[in-house]
Design a protein around this ligand. Structure first.
Ligand code: ADP
Ligand code: ASP
Ligand code: MG
Length: 429
């Protein structure tokens, strides 16, 4: 008998019908002879709605209380799912993150898992139950307060539990048939990927492909847990994310899946750009700007420093960060303005990022040039550029993103010539 950890995202449990459909799927996995642990997200857009509600009460709600509020979303779905499974004649027990032993640090709204002690889950499944676990939440080791893992964090809960329980597989059920070469909501001709390496998936996720959260992929890579991303609305095979290519069993026999030159195109419109204007061009300036940002516990993404104008000896430094951290960053920099020494700050939240990801980039020198040519042919202006060994990213106007993604996808021959990619549910919010 195997142990499977399954995770169902918000779009899969958006309403009572969705919960009943998911309950059936979980029961099927149990009837196939497995022990089943199902991690569940909040229903539909509940988390967004709870955040909106909190902001109506207070524009900058306290992290501790926001976590208390948001974890309620997953509690609702876990209890309903357990009820639906019992209705089908099977035993199920629901557990909060804390009860499931998800131990985190004490950083509210984006806590990191530091340990998982799933004793109660193990006992529950050993007694024959299906265990349902609320995703996205844990309890701080130090403060004993309830924490959340950051948006999309249920993916991480699932992988962390799969690692701690030594599960045979971690299945992530969502509203598309797997990981595609681009977001199917933007590129109808996106192609489903059969297998993708942890490294390429990590870059796609970090670049905004929210089908998997990057922390979840990081965790899976560290503990070598293969992930199967698939739809909860269809019976199709999805995408395997693992270190070694998974041999795909097909009617015609076995096919070795190969590493693609280019894995896909990711986009992200959740970031903003801060420009620190008029920074003295001398040692220690960048250090004090980014120390200020780090002390405010803000993660940044890209950094660009302009050449200084010789006449003034001043330069500009731009960086990108999640929009949700924008206010905090501006406040922190303003507070330290005298110490750092700059003229002014500019804040721009109408930016978007487009990234091309693929291990083949390392050995194909033309990729960067082709990427920029595709953008220029689409009339898209580039504002910032950053690269890694297997990724090129650019920042553009947010409005240009959909067109730019489609242009790059076509230019690299990623367009599928068969059916359009299906999006089964969700609002894409
Ligand atoms: P869930 O509610 O299941 O967690 P999410 O909305 O977090 O679902 O993630 C699934 C969504 O991710 C899809 O509906 C799709 O719009 C988006 N997405 C972005 N990039 C990709 C990609 N490369 N492949 C598949 N889906 C993607
Ligand atoms: N409900 C949380 C969110 O919407 C966590 C998750 O769905 O993974 O971000
Ligand atoms: Mg998600």
């Amino acid at each position: 008998m195997g142990l499977v950890v399954q995770k169902y995202g918000g779009s899969s449990v958006a309403d009572a019908e969705g919960i009943k459909r998911v309950a059936k799927r979980i029961v099927e996995a149990k009837q196939n002879g497995n022990q089943v642990v199902a991690v569940v997200s909040a229903m539909g857009d509940t988390t967004d709605e709870l955040i909106d509600l909190a902001e109506q009460v207070s524009p900058m709600p306290a992290g501790r209380e926001l976590d208390m509020l948001l974890t309620a979303g997953e509690r609702i779905s876990m209890a309903l799912l357990a009820m639906a499974i019992k209705k089908l004649g099977h035993e199920a027990q629901s557990f909060t993150g804390s009860q499931a032993g998800v131990i985190t640090d004490s950083v509210h709204n984006k806590a990191r898992i530091i340990d998982v002690t799933p004793g109660r889950i193990k006992t529950s499944v050993d007694e024959g139950n299906i265990a349902i676990v609320a995703g996205f939440q844990g309890v701080s080791q130090d403060t004993k307060d309830i924490t959340t893992l950051g948006r999309g964090g249920s993916d991480t809960t699932a992988v962390a539990l799969a690692a701690a329980l030594d599960a045979d597989v971690c299945e992530i059920y969502t509203d598309v048939d797997g990981v595609f070469t681009a977001d199917p909501r933007v590129v109808k001709k996106a192609r489903k990927i059969d297998w993708i390496s942890f490294e390429d998936m990590l870059e796609l996720a970090a670049s905004g492909s929210k089908v998997l959260l990057h922390r979840c992929v990081e965790y899976a890579r560290r503990y070598n847990i293969p992930i199967h991303v698939r739809s909860s609305f269809s019976g199709l095979q999805g995408t395997w994310v693992s270190s070694e290519p998974i041999v795909k069993k097909q009617a015609q026999g076995e096919k070795q899946v190969e590493q693609a030159l280019i894995s896909g195109v990711a986009h992200d419109t959740s970031e903003a750009k801060v420009t620190v204007v008029g920074v003295p061009d001398k040692p220690g300036e960048a250090a004090s700007i980014f120390r200020t940002i780090a002390d405010a516990e803000i993660n940044i993404d890209m950094v660009v420093q302009n050449v200084s104008a010789a006449s003034t000896g001043l330069t500009d430094i731009s960086f990108t960060l999640p929009k949700t951290e924008g206010r905090k960053a501006i406040d922190a920099l303003e507070k330290n303005k005298a110490g750092i020494g700059f003229d002014s700050l500019r804040y721009d939240d109408q930016i978007g990022k487009i990234s091309l990801v693929g291990a083949g980039m390392k050995t194909n020198p033309g990729v960067t040039a082709d990427f920029f040519t595709a953008l220029s042919d689409a009339g898209v202006n580039i504002e910032l550029i950053s690269t890694s060994e297997i990724r090129i990213s650019v920042v553009t106007r947010a409005d240009d993103v959909p067109e730019a993604v489609r242009a790059v996808h076509s230019a690299f021959g990623l367009d599928s010539d068969s059916d359009e990619a299906v999006v089964y549910g969700g609002t894409g919010r």
